[in-house]
Design a protein around this ligand. Sequence first.
Ligand code: KIV
Length: 264
Amino acid sequence: MKKVSINTLMKWKQEGRKFATSTAYDASFSQLFEQQEMPLLLVGDSLGMVLQGQESTLPVTVEDIAYHTRCVRAGSPNCLLVADMPFMSYATPEQACQEAATLMRAGANMVKLEGGSWLIETVKQLTERSVPVCAHLGLTPQSVNIFGGFRIQGREQEKAEQMVIDAIALQNAGAQLLVLECVPTSLAQRITRELDIPVIGIGAGKETDGQILVMHDMFGISANYMPKFSKNFLVETGSMQKAIQQYIQDVEAGVFPGAEHSFE
Ligand code: KIV
């Protein structure tokens, strides 16, 4: 695979070419993903749930993410590698810069932060200091205790409007990618059209520029349960290589996610 940069994804957005991405946590799987030309891998703090067996992502530390970022980078030298900033590692812009440096040194090309307008100054400071940022709106799992559970976000008109405002403000502050998680398809479509930067959805319908899945969900091996928005690609293909190929093909063809994986 040729080296992927944010410019690659920007070009694809402009061309209307959809792309599939995944989480990854180790060198063996990241190598497998690279062999199938997966352009972007995310070392998600979902590792707290799928690797560590925790009930939420809150216990994950910067050291955990840095360790797995090194592992993933070793297996995939060419992907655009995004590392999650875990809970309470970016409470202030200063702290965010320090902790992001650890993840960039571990091999990340970009860091991902969960939240809306309160992050504007942080996004500005990170990008001014050469740390590319992926924003994350909608069901932001680090806020599970504020939301009172893992719930769809943006169904109410007022909350939907605020999400649009936040997305534009984050882009204007310098964010170069946006993840939208568990929001109605129509809202994700509106945000994707309004933004110049690529929007990657998970449980956000098929109108976003890209899709992301937690890799354990893609293979149907998550410890706890299979979310509605995900699909077990292994069961119908019989091998991990073929499952990844099928996922990529289905996203590029606009077949996945279907209505049954999406929210209104
Ligand atoms: O932590 C994670 O894996 C994520 C994805 C679900 C987008 O944030």
